[in-house]
Design a protein around this ligand. Structure first.
Ligand code: UT7
Length: 331
């Protein structure tokens, strides 16, 4: 309680790769991809672009939005300006960091953003990574009494996709999303009912081989196995979270899940008996951007005021590992 979402931002590569263009490379069709996944197109980074190029832009937009009373979900009174040097913590969730081993991509962000007082590190829990990073950030903010944190998902999956494998390459895209968190207690605000409350984290390591980067560094996936796991674990995570806080479906404004595949999201929603109109679908133009898709979606929904102060959002994600995660946010 007391760690609130102030703002969000996102950044995407310019290049769009449509299903029709993909069908000129591999044996597939726009009709098959749309009907099996809900994806129409995705963004693809240039050869010389790195995850940090987009992560920096997403964080800059989150900072800018926090300083714009129109786009600041925090709505403190008087409005609190956040400067780069006020940021205490930067976490980047990524499976495609700038460098193969050292240093963390978050360190590049720290330099580029001018967050001279921030501790910075990366975290990899695959597509569940953003929610893992949010839980870690909330914990560290409470423990160190940090005022502000930037949590970012940044993924260039096009670099690790096997472009010959039609069963997986059609799914993925590149992009970055970021949020700015505020610790109400540390900034001297009255602690409200807003912010992140319950988190769920989990892993089943027996599923390592269902989705992994092979010896060649390219994604290998058992699509059916991942599909079945995803539907079950996301439905369970959403239901467990609601039970934990004694919420009914009517108490929740949106269910925001990892944007892997429209069919998975609808099937999970059906299994958990959730109304379709509350399940956010935001993958038609981006594909599956792994841990970037939840903050990217937050950014779009806050921007056009579909997410406003006073709402309750329940999150769930799954990913390679196999990992899963969930959270509840009151805006
Ligand atoms: O962040 C987590 C990332 N991973 C996921 O979210 C993956 C979860 N799994 C899925 O989303 C689905 O399993 C896929 C979309 C990957 C595949 O859909 P599916 O309905 O499970 O298809 P399938 O693998 O059972 O294949 C059905 C048929 C096969 O042909 P045959 O053997 O029936 O003749 C495939 O070869 O569809 C064929 N197929 C394709 N056809 C056209 C597989 N990929 C394609 C394709 N275009 N891209």
């Amino acid at each position: 309680m007391g760690i609130i979402l102030r703002s969000a931002g996102k950044a995407l590569p310019e290049k769009i790769l449509t299903n029709d263009e993909l069908a000129t490379i591999i044996d597939t069709s726009d009709e098959w991809i749309k009907s099996h996944t809900g994806i129409s197109e995705r963004r693809i980074a240039k050869d010389d672009e790195r995850a940090s190029d987009f992560a920096v832009k997403a964080c800059e937009e989150a900072l800018k939005n926090a300083n714009n009373p129109e786009k600041d979900l925090g709505k403190s009174s008087p409005h609190k300006v956040v400067r780069p040097e006020d940021i205490d913590l930067i976490i980047v969730s990524t499976a495609t960091p700038d460098f193969p081993c050292l240093p963390a991509t978050a360190c590049v962000l720290q330099r580029e953003l001018g967050c001279t007082n921030a501790a910075a590190f990366d975290l990899n829990a695959a597509c569940s990574g953003f929610l893992y990073a949010m839980d870690v950030a909330c914990g560290l903010m409470e423990r160190h009494n940090y005022k502000y944190a930037l949590v970012c998902g940044a993924e260039l999956l096009s670099k690790i996709v096997d472009w010959q494998d039609r069963g997986s390459c059609i799914l993925f895209g590149d992009g970055s999303g970021a949020v700015l968190l505020e610790n109400e207690q540390a900034v001297g605000e009255k602690i409200t009912e807003r912010g992140f409350t319950s988190f769920i984290l989990g892993t089943d390591g027996t599923g390592v081989s269902a989705l992994y980067g092979g010896e060649d560094g390219k994604i290998k996936m058992d699509g059916r196995a991942v599909y079945n796991f995803a539907v079950g674990i996301m439905a369970k995570t959403l239901m467990d979270l609601m039970e934990k806080e004694n919420l009914s479906v009517d108490d929740v404004d949106y269910f925001l899940c990892h944007q892997a595949n429209e069919r998975i999201l609808k099937a999970a929603g059906k299994r958990a008996k959730l109304p379709e109109e509350k399940i956010i679908l935001n993958l038609a133009n981006y594909g599956n951007t792994s841990s970037a898709c939840i903050p990217m979606t937050l950014s779009s929904y806050i921007k056009d005021k579909r997410i406003k102060p006073g709402m309750t959002i329940v999150f769930a994600a799954f990913g390679a590992g196999l990992t899963w995660a969930g959270a509840i946010l009151r805006t």
